[in-house]
Design a protein around this ligand. Structure first.
Ligand SMILES: Nc1ncnc2c1ncn2[C@@H]1O[C@H](COP(=O)(O)OP(=O)(O)OP(=O)(O)O)[C@@H](O)[C@H]1O
Length: 285
């Protein structure tokens, strides 16, 4: 094969558009054995993540080929029980499947999460992440398989479970009392948890007047208020600014250190370094 003259190669390099990072990333994923459709989806999601942080992917993730290798290694990391068991089993899914009418969304899903562990559920839009989380929470019945979960569960849905006309304090009271707390304890716990997310709820402000990110903070606090052993979080940081987002992952680490189990649905693949198990549901069925 004829060698490409040095000058020409340099020129080509300069001519390469700065935003071809996603293409190089996708090509490297395919080269590493990822299915083309999944590689495309990962590339789109990754570029979107960098966009959300107003950064270009090169600056945010580093060279495309290195990030592709890192990500493939993360996604292929063996699932459960590779770490020393850190606590009792809080959640065990065995052969879980779900069909909606004729549409099969989930097949043969296995996952074990112990106290002191964090699991991430990742995959394309529509592949069944939220459905699986609802199955974990006992809100949706699986078509097949078994689910064992600890009794004290906190569930944070993707779309808020809040009432616009109530204040944050009223939410703390309502949810806390339903979980067996006194109103006073519920309010003080809620206020404390809010402070960990750098939020001081107004005493009289109804939730409908809060920003989307702040409503999501409330949603997260309500899931955690009663001190559950297992936290099930469906993309709980939507609308968070950078500071709140970092606070959130700090919280996840502190829950884990306190021996709780956390399952989080996420599209933010660069956070996989913080988790013990990655359950990749792949492309939509
Ligand atoms: N109650 C339902 N009845 C019928 N179909 C449903 C129901 N709930 C979910 N689905 C379908 O199951 C599939 C998986 O939905 P799900 O919300 O679990 O996906 P997801 O991976 O969480 O998506 P996203 O990343 O967009 O949040 C979708 O095609 C959805 O339309």
């Amino acid at each position: 094969m004829a060698r490409v003259p040095r000058r020409r190669r340099l020129t080509d390099r300069r001519a390469r558009p700065v935003n071809d990072w996603p293409l190089r990333f996708e090509a490297e994923l395919v080269r590493l054995g990822v299915q083309p459709q999944r590689a495309r989806q990962l590339s789109v999601e990754t570029a979107a993540q960098a966009g959300e942080h107003a950064a270009d992917p090169d600056g945010f993730f580093g060279p495309a080929h290195l990030y592709a290798r890192h990500l493939v290694a993360e996604l292929r990391a063996p699932l459960p029980d590779t770490r020393c068991p850190t606590g009792r089993v809080m959640l065990r899914l065995t052969g879980v499947g779900k069909r909606f009418r004729r549409r099969t969304v989930l097949t043969g899903v296995d996952l074990t999460v112990r106290g002191g562990e964090v699991a991430a559920i990742v995959g394309a839009n529509g592949c069944g992440k939220s459905t699986l989380l609802r199955i974990c929470a006992g809100l949706t019945t699986p078509t097949s398989g078994t689910v064992h979960r600890t009794r004290r569960v906190g569930f944070v849905p993707q779309d808020g479970g809040t009432a616009g006309w109530l204040t944050a304090d009223e939410h703390f009271t309502l949810f806390g009392v339903a979980a067996g707390m006194t109103p006073r304890k519920a309010r003080s716990t809620g206020t404390h948890l809010a402070s960990l997310l750098a939020w001081r709820p107004g005493r009289t402000q109804p939730v409908q007047e809060l920003s989307g990110g702040t409503r999501q903070k409330l949603n997260l606090i309500l899931g955690e208020l009663h001190g559950p052993d297992l936290l099930l979080l469906d993309e709980p940081y939507q609308g968070f600014d950078q500071g709140a987002y970092l606070d959130f992952w700090r919280q996840v680490r502190s829950w884990r250190d306190a021996g709780r189990a956390v399952v989080v649905v996420t599209h933010l693949l660069h956070e996989l370094q913080h988790v013990d198990h990655v359950l990749d549901l792949g492309a939509a069925a």
